[in-house]
Design a protein around this ligand. Structure first.
Ligand SMILES: *Cc1c(COP(=O)(O)O)cnc(C)c1O
Length: 360
């Protein structure tokens, strides 16, 4: 079967930057080759730039974004620790489950799906939690949560931010905000194939780590050794060489373009998409104030078969958009526009295709 060129505008992988795709097919380097180690070091530096952090412990973890989530919790949370989790979508729910499996006492600070968390509720949810966890960009709903406001009110707690769909898409300024631990994924706004979890941890969080994380593979005391640290570089596991070269290349594109310009490009595409959808008579789920540019939830009009429209966009125009999640599966579409895909031409193509499929 022929491999088709698709424009991926779903909530999953976006089209990678071409440089990131090209790096995947570069000749293999050994995982201890000095040429590869130089690329690994530079990848960690580029991640620090993208996160806007000086954290020494900043690295690409082997595994998808969820491995970043798992690593954050297993290293910082042990039995009986109190963790406040902001829950207004699927990924907030997933953090609760991961924290519970670490033996945490989970305190939920909730907002309805499609609405932002109230930062005051989140910081007031418990007087002395060890960790407060929030999702910056809720991909399940298209809502942005105010991480900076939560971090500003954290008190003695550590703050964890899920930045899987925000890093390299909308402003993320970890050190200025006072975020202690954060993770991302490669396949969303970062514009690389899925497979790695950019991860960063402050010294303050490191000092409060659990003595013996329940995961050997994601124990940062061990995994940190392969990127080199205080004790030098040691074998822990074989670095996914090609994925790291691809991330290195993708971050290079992002930083060459410049973060402000990358953010402005996402914002502009979001604005075009939101205006265009509304002028087709479609209703957006999330209020303009908290609506993400990179992930847009659109209500399916009455009488329209949601999955049929998605299938037609894919078959006739090679454009993939996402279905709703959970209870909203048939009620809405989720349109991603992130990374390399976030170009006005792609937005216009989608809007024209949607107008034709919907006969509007
Ligand atoms: C996609 C996503 C994840 C999970 O990442 P995977 O790469 O699918 O493991 C976690 N959090 C958010 C907000 C996401 O969008």
């Amino acid at each position: 079967m022929a491999v088709l060129e698709r424009t991926l505008m779903g909530p999953g992988p976006s089209n990678p930057y071409p440089e990131a795709t090209a790096a995947l097919s570069a000749p293999m380097l050994g995982h201890l080759d000095p040429a590869f180690l130089a690329i690994l070091d530079e990848t960690c530096d580029r991640l620090r730039s993208a996160w806007q952090t000086a954290n020494a412990r900043t690295l690409p973890l082997s595994g998808t974004g969820s491995a970043g989530m798992e690593a954050a919790f297993v290293n910082l949370v042990g039995p009986g620790d109190v963790v406040v989790v902001g829950v207004n979508g699927l990924f907030g729910e997933r953090m609760c489950e991961v924290a519970r499996r670490c033996g945490a006492e989970v305190v939920r600070a909730e907002a309805p799906w499609g609405r932002p968390l109230d930062p005051a509720d989140v910081v007031a949810a418990h007087p002395s939690p060890k960790l407060i966890a929030v999702v910056h960009a809720e991909t399940s709903t298209g809502v942005e949560n105010d991480v900076a406001a939560v971090a500003a009110g954290k008190g003695d707690a550590l703050v964890l931010a899920d930045c899987v769909t925000s890093l390299a898409g909308i402003p993320v300024d970890l050190d200025a905000w006072g975020v202690d631990v954060a993770y991302s994924g490669t396949q969303k706004c970062v514009g690389v194939a899925p497979g790695l979890a950019p991860f960063t941890l402050s010294d303050r969080a490191w000092e409060q780590r659990v003595a013996r994380p329940q995961s050997w593979y994601l124990d940062l005391g061990l995994v940190g050794e392969y990127v080199g640290g205080q004790g030098g570089r040691k074998y822990h596991h074989t670095a996914p060489v090609s994925m790291i070269r691809s991330l290195h290349a993708g971050l290079g594109v992002v930083l060459d373009e410049g973060l402000p310009s990358v953010w402005a490009r996402h914002a502009e595409c979001g604005r075009l998409l939101h205006e265009g959808l509304q002028s087709l008579g479609l209703e957006l789920w999330v209020d303009a104030d908290h609506r993400l540019p990179e992930l847009t939830t659109v209500l399916v009009p009455a009488g329209v078969d949601a999955s049929k429209v998605r299938a037609q966009l894919l078959d006739r125009f090679s454009i993939e958009i996402g279905a709703g999640v959970g209870p909203h599966v048939d009620r809405m579409w989720r349109i991603g526009c992130m990374g390399h895909t976030a170009r006005p031409a792609n937005v216009k193509l989608l809007l024209a295709a949607l107008a034709e499929v919907l006969e509007r």
